[in-house]
Structure formats: structure tokens, C-alpha cells
Design a protein around this ligand. Structure first.
Ligand SMILES: Nc1ncnc2c1ncn2[C@@H]1O[C@H](COP(=O)(O)OP(=O)(O)O)[C@@H](O)[C@H]1O
Ligand SMILES: [Mg+2]
Length: 242
């Protein structure tokens, strides 16, 4: 038995006749930064939903800190230390930036003052302290992505799951988010990151897991995985098809 922080054991998810996630297993150790890559529709977001409890698995288990969390609610999993961002923005656009982060901070900080203090700390971390009081709806895409990372961090997570937080950003903005993740990782945060930008994946991943048609196709260092002919085929094959 491994003592990894996150242990994914043969998880599967069927939607009717479609097997969106098919018998996927992997571990994430405390302090690691692991990337998940794979073509659109491969099942990456569905896998995240199985880990954080938005979806119940059709088969398999998710262990967190050696506890089986497969049947727990998303809220309970967040309390235990699973923080995440969503591919579809969850920003509450009519609330202020700091209020958005407080929604997360209330999980562990029940008092208004405590939650506000935690939210301000987290906004400092992601470089949004000067935007605390503006309406979240007016943020740029790049600021909004950092706000979503801030909301995840406000849960005081033991692992942070990021679902394509760089998508749609220009190279400078990608650089800002990459630097943020690298800084948090250097401070000891554990990350599991779905990322399409292979340059980014190469740069910061300690390990890469490739998902293709719901199943794990490859796992290893970025260098090894991205040189794997099956992985190249999965990407290029798909591109040809579309
Ligand atoms: N709630 C759902 N109901 C039915 N099918 C779904 C649902 N969510 C995802 N799918 C399907 O599962 C497959 C994997 O989707 P997804 O996990 O979003 O892929 P990825 O994040 O890798 O692009 C796709 O074919 C998608 O259409
Ligand atoms: Mg997705």
C-alpha cells in the first residue's frame, strides 16, 4: 500500500452507453505537481469530478490521506483538503473579488472577520490584493483565473486541482499563472493540473499522466511521455480527425 496523499484506484464513469472514464489508477504524493493531458473529450474533467465528488464513480475508489472518500459529498471532500477550480467559471460576477474568495474561506473560518482576513491573504498570494473591492464581473480573463485559484486556496487545501486555468490566456498571462503555480508549489502545495499547453506541462510537471478515450494511456516524466509514439498519435490522430 502506498501512503500517497491521493490514491485513485480503478475509477470509472459511465454516462449511459458512453464510458467517459475507464479504469483509471494513479497516485499523487504530498508536495508533487502532476499534470493530466489528453485530447478534448478524453475524460479529464469527468475524472476531476470523480475526485472531488461532483460525480459518483460507476466503479473504483478514491483515497485521500489513506481514507476512502469515494462516497463523500463535494463539501466534505473540500473540508478534508481537496480544492479545485472549474473549467466553466464559477465566479460570482455580482459579488466583489474579496467576497468571492470569502465564499471559500468560510469553510474553515466561520467568523466574518476571520474569513475576510484569510481571503485578503489569499488575494495577496495570487496578486489580486489591489482588486479586492471591485465587482468580480469586471475582471479580465487572466484576473478571473487567478481569482478562481484564490477561491481554491481559500479552502486551505492539501491538494489543488486546476482544470485548464491557462486556456485562452495570452503568453504573458500564461506566464503569470505559471509563476503563481510554481511559487505555490515551491512553498509545498500539491497540485494536480489539467493542462493543454504542452510547453507549460514540460516546464513545471514532475510527472505527466495521459488520458485518451477515458483510459490512462501513459504516465511518466514530461520528456518520456511526450516522446511516446502512442501519445503523439493520440494528439495528432485526433487533430487529423477534426
Ligand atoms: N454529465 C455528462 N453527461 C453525459 N456525458 C458527459 C457528461 N460529462 C461529460 N460527458 C462526456 O464525457 C466525455 C468526457 O468529457 P470531459 O470529461 O469533459 O472531457 P475532457 O475534460 O477531457 O475534455 C465526453 O464525451 C463528454 O461529452
Ligand atoms: Mg475538460
Amino acid at each position: 500500500m502506498s501512503g500517497a496523499l491521493l490514491q485513485v484506484r480503478g475509477v470509472a464513469k459511465r454516462f449511459g452507453g458512453l464510458v467517459a472514464v475507464n479504469d483509471v489508477s494513479f497516485d499523487v504524493a504530498r508536495g508533487e505537481l502532476v499534470s493530466i493531458i489528453g485530447p478534448n473529450g478524453a475524460g479529464k474533467t469527468t475524472l476531476f469530478n470523480l475526485l472531488t465528488g461532483q460525480l459518483a464513480p460507476s466503479a473504483g475508489q478514491v483515497l485521500f490521506d489513506v481514507q476512502d472518500i469515494s462516497a463523500l459529498s463535494p463539501n466534505r471532500r473540500a473540508q478534508l483538503g481537496l480544492g479545485r477550480t472549474f473549467q466553466i467559471s464559477q465566479t460570482l460576477t455580482s459579488l466583489s473579488v474579496v467576497e468571492n474568495v470569502m465564499v471559500g474561506a468560510f469553510l474553515h473560518h466561520r467568523g466574518l472577520k476571520d474569513a475576510a482576513r484569510r481571503a485578503e491573504e489569499v488575494l495577496h498570494l495570487v496578486g489580486l490584493a489591489d482588486r479586492a473591492d471591485v465587482r468580480a464581473g469586471i475582471l479580465t480573463l487572466s484576473e478571473r483565473r487567478r481569482l478562481e485559484v484564490a477561491r481554491a486556496l481559500a479552502l486551505d487545501p492539501q491538494i489543488v486541482l486546476l482544470d485548464e486555468v491557462m486556456a485562452g490566456l495570452n503568453p504573458n498571462e500564461v506566464q503569470e499563472v505559471v509563476s503563481l503555480v510554481e511559487r505555490l508549489h515551491a512553498e509545498g502545495h500539491t497540485f494536480l493540473v489539467i493542462e493543454h499547453n504542452l510547453k507549460v506541462v514540460r516546464r513545471f510537471s514532475e510527472r505527466v499522466i495521459v488520458i485518451e478515450r477515458g483510459a490512462k494511456l501513459a504516465e511518466g516524466t514530461a520528456e518520456d511521455v511526450l516522446a511516446d509514439p502512442r501519445v503523439v498519435e493520440a494528439y495528432i490522430g485526433r487533430k487529423r480527425a477534426t
